[in-house]
Design a protein around this ligand. Sequence first.
Ligand SMILES: [Cu+2]
Length: 209
Amino acid sequence: MRQAGCPSAPLNRRDALSRAAVSVALLALSGCERRSAEAPFQSIDVSGAEWGRDFRLQDADGRTVQLADFRGRCVLLFFGFTRCPDVCPTALSRAAAVMQRLGAQATKLQVIFVTVDPERDTPAVLREYTRAFHPSFIGLYADLATTASTAKAFKVFYQKVPTGGSYTMDHTATSYVFDPTGRLRLAVRHEQDAASLAADVARLLEAGS
Ligand SMILES: [Cu+2]
């Protein structure tokens, strides 16, 4: 009865059945949660993480910047490089859209772009780049060793990829959100939309400092 050349059919069926079972279980779970607690964040909740505690980097004016400078506000942190063709512009455009959605609360969110390419992203380049997305965004940099240790502390991977006579950078596309007390709370997938990210940030702001 089963056709030769279609060996995956039984596997698919089993897969579909187990997926249905999982869905039912998840539905039951979410029903419970809705009664007892708030809905989960749309971003990945990394509250209590032992990593990503702080950074010490330079801003475009050469001032040392660390997380404590933003107490009382949420921080959206992203690592990238200004010559990035796609991922960084997308992430920063989304951050700008989040600002717009936050409305009056937008002053309570600081967006920070950390370059993983400090050799080419000079302070002037960084300033011009971040301001093109939103006047309040800031770009931070460090020497190569500090850049590497900071990225590692945030579980961010990056590496140079040669392109003919030049190079581009591969890098992690995750953004991070800190709450107003300076604790790392959320990891944001590159694919997540501005609306759900804005809702998550608003919730952290409402929870207070
Ligand atoms: Cu990028």
